[in-house]
Structure formats: C-alpha cells, structure tokens
Write a protein that binds this ligand. Structure first.
Ligand SMILES: Cc1cc2nc3c(=O)[nH]c(=O)nc-3n(C[C@H](O)[C@H](O)[C@H](O)COP(=O)(O)OP(=O)(O)OC[C@H]3O[C@@H](n4cnc5c(N)ncnc54)[C@H](O)[C@@H]3O)c2cc1C
Length: 407
C-alpha cells in the first residue's frame, strides 16, 4: 500500500492488486488488532534489532522513510498515535482499522486504482521488457511491477507465498522459508493444568547441548501444545534452525533472571526463617505461579508437604537451581503458519537496497516480508515493510509506467 501510494504520487498510473476482499488483513490482526505500527527508537537502534546482513540491506530504506515519516503521514490522516514505555507505537484508538483506512485514503488521493478480489496467478516478462500480470479473467501489462505479497504464515490472511514461486521462475533465489516469532510446540506436551498460565518477566533459553542458542527476557505463556508469548516468539527463529538440523533443542526458564543463585538462596532463607511452620509448597507458590509450583518441586526432588523447618540446605539449593534453570520440554514443532513473520525469502544480495529493484529482472521491485528479512516484536516488521515499500514505489515511479489492459 505504501509502495502503491508512493509510486502514484508523482502522477503515475498505478494498479494495486489484492486477492482479498479487504485491504491490509495482516495489519488488521497485527498487535492483537491494535497494530504496533512502528517503534519509537532512533533509526540506528531500530536497525540493530535485525541480523547484521538484514540491517545493512535495510539501512538506506530505513533512513529514507523513517518511523517519523510513517507517523507524520498517519497524523496527517487524523490517526493519532502514542509511544508505549517499551518503545512500541500504537494508534491511540487501539484500532488497526484506522491505520488501514488511512493507507487506503492516501492511495485513493494519489490516484491508485485499487482492485480487490484480484488474485494474481503469474507474472512473466517478454523480450521487449514488458511484464504480463495474469489474473483469473484478465491480464495487465506494465513496464514496472512491484511484488509485495508478504510471507507464508497465517495463510488464511492471503499470504500463501505466491510471490516466491513467481520469483523463483523469474530466476531469483529463495532462502529457505522458516517460522519466526512463532509459538513453540513442546515434547512432552505441557500438563493441561498449565494451559493459560503466564510466567512474567522470565528469561527463556533455547539450549542445544550445553550451548544457549537463543534467549529472551520477557513473558511467556503455556498453551495447549507448548508455549507462546513474547519470550517464546523471540527464541523461535534460532531454535527452529537447530531443530531443522535434527538437533535436540531444550527450552529452559530462569524465573529470576535479575538474581544470582546466591541472592535467591538468601531470599529463600529469609522467607523460611520468618515462618518456619508453613509448607515448602506454600513458599514455592510465592516464587512461581501456583499451578506450576508442585511441578517445580517435583523437578527438584522435594516433598512440598514438608514444613519449612524441615527444608534441608541441599533441597534449598536444588530448588534454587530449578528456579534458575527449569527445563520445560524440548522442541516438537515450530509451525511456519503460526509465525508472525516468515524468515527466509528473496535473497537480499539479489535486490538493490537503494531502489528495491531486482538485480535479476530489471523493472521488477520487491518489498516487505517477501524479502529475506525478519525482525523481532516491536513494530520493526511493519516498519521494514513501510520503508522498503516507499523506496520500491519511489524507484518504480522514476520511469513512465505503460499500462495497457488485455481483455
Ligand atoms: C498475528 C500477527 C501479528 C503481527 N503484529 C505485528 C505488529 O504489531 N507490528 C509489526 O511490525 N508487525 C506485525 N506483524 C508482522 C507484519 O504484519 C508483517 O511483517 C507485514 O504485514 C508484512 O507486510 P507486507 O506488505 O510485506 O505483507 P502483508 O502485509 O502480508 O501483505 C501482503 C498482501 O499480499 C496479498 N497477496 C498475496 N498473494 C497475492 C496474490 N497472488 N494476488 C494478490 N494479492 C496477493 C495478501 O492478501 C496480502 O494482503 C504481525 C504478523 C502477524 C501474523
């Protein structure tokens, strides 16, 4: 939508083809329907959130069309926004629809011909350099095409990965598609009692052998098949890479990432001496969510019915060891379709970062999630789509578009 708006702004003739009957369905479900539009941090900090090769690729577009530019445009359209303490930016209305409506208004006033229920089946280019875009009942010809078909997750929203196959046919390399920001299904499946239980402010570690391959400080949530929530989503991308290689990846929780084992033991000891007649289970429930306490004790080989005055030093140390490193299971599956983002995609070295033009097929531009870019939670992925979309639209508009419909 940003690419279409930008390409049409200098007066070019632009057609936007959207297979759904509505625009921006991904945006409508983003941020739980509230749409975390972008992040309020400065551009250098934003770029640091991406892998180094991604950040190099995005540098030009992020500096060309910044988070401030995005927000200024939305403000012009009457969408008020605010920055949360954690840097995430949302519409004040908490309604993602306001963002989509604003983008639609921008496109309409720039003269974009928006066609809904317009599913593209194929894109080809002839020897004269003209592209043919095939829809169900018509073909559109153009000298420039921008592909912004997104990733391959949440396929019900329309992102079924169509663009990857067109681009593969046109000679592009598609880096293996992988889930990112996805829930993690565990083996064994968590006990039913844990479902819906959050662990707040923990450190989740994905461990392979003795190595922590990824970790994240934040909340996690037990689901019926495993874990979700920000911490799980953030470690999913790297956990998947090792899991795909056939390695056993364990997920372990540190309930108190800010405390050392010694500090935690001192805290426990103080609580024990203040009320020696309580049970060990009651004390443990003070430290971990109630529904998890008996399992934490089981893992530590401690009988929770015992009174605190019977709590031996080695048992206390065992409990502390579990609180700092509780293995909740191993990866069973990380489903691509449930990922908020698809990692992998069009190889970045095949796209010109200052124009978003394909280096393989001239006149073809790519932007958004279809590229091999996947940022963390925090508004970074929409910003990547907006920034690359802007640059693609602007560059595509630099030569006259010839659009001729073949009925
Ligand atoms: C549940 C969820 C929550 C998210 N929350 C956030 C968030 O709060 N903040 C954030 O920054 N990111 C968030 N993301 C990620 C973000 O939404 C995407 O990275 C971003 O929308 C990608 O933009 P895009 O334009 O590349 O692709 P998309 O927004 O996916 O748009 C691609 C469009 O192409 C259309 N299309 C596909 N194939 C065809 C075809 N053959 N013919 C015609 N049209 C076609 C699709 O229908 C779709 O509308 C979230 C993602 C999900 C799934």
């Amino acid at each position: 939508m940003i690419a279409a708006w930008r390409a049409a702004s200098p007066g070019r003739s632009v057609v936007l083809l959207e297979k759904n009957k509505k625009l921006g369905i991904k945006i409508l479900i983003s941020g739980g329907g509230k749409c975390n539009i972008t992040n309020g941090s400065d551009i250098r900090m934003m770029l640091k959130q991406f892998e180094i090769n991604e950040s190099r690729f995005l540098k030009y577009s992020f500096h060309t069309f910044t988070n401030t530019h995005v927000l200024d445009l939305l403000h012009e359209q009457g969408v008020e926004t605010y920055v949360r303490e954690d840097g995430k930016v949302f519409p004040k209305s908490h309604d993602a629809e306001d963002v989509v409506n604003a983008l639609q208004r921008m496109m309409l006033s720039a003269g974009v011909d928006i066609r809904l229920n317009a599913s593209v089946h194929e894109i080809s280019k002839n020897e004269k350099g003209i592209f043919t875009v095939n829809l169900e009942s018509e073909s559109i010809q153009s000298v420039k095409v921008i592909i912004a078909t997104g990733g391959m997750s949440y396929q019900k929203t329309g992102t079924t990965g169509d663009g990857y196959s067109w681009l593969k046919k046109l000679g592009h390399t598609i880096v293996q598609l992988r889930p990112a920001l996805a829930p993690i299904y565990l083996s064994p499946v968590p006990p039913t009692r844990w479902q819906g239980t959050p662990i707040r402010d923990c450190r989740l570690m994905a461990v392979c052998g003795k190595e922590i391959i990824s970790d994240w400080h934040g909340d996690l949530l037990f689901t019926h098949l495993g874990i979700s929530g920000p911490a799980a989503l953030e470690v999913s991308k790297k956990a998947f890479i090792e899991f795909e290689l056939g390695k056993l990846v364990s997920l372990c929780v540190d309930f108190f990432p800010e405390k050392t084992n010694e500090q935690l033991e001192t805290n426990l000891f103080a609580d024990i001496t203040s009320n020696a007649n309580r049970s060990i289970l009651t004390l443990t429930e003070q430290y971990v969510p109630q529904r998890l306490a008996e399992y934490v004790l089981l893992h530590s080989n401690i009988d929770g019915i015992k009174k605190l005055h019977q709590f031996k030093k080695e048992e206390r140390q065992s409990l502390v060891a579990t609180l700092k490193n509780w293995c909740i299971g191993t990866v069973k599956e990380i489903p691509l379709d449930r990922g908020e983002v698809t990692a992998g995609g069009v190889a970045l070295n095949e796209v010109e970062p200052t124009t978003m033009e394909s280096k393989i097929v001239r006149g073809l531009y790519l932007c958004g999630e279809i590229l091999d870019v996947a940022g963390p939670v925090g508004g970074y992925n929409l910003q990547a789509a907006f920034s690359t979309g802007y640059v693609a639209g602007e560059s595509a508009a630099k030569t006259t578009l010839i659009v001729e419909r073949v009925e």
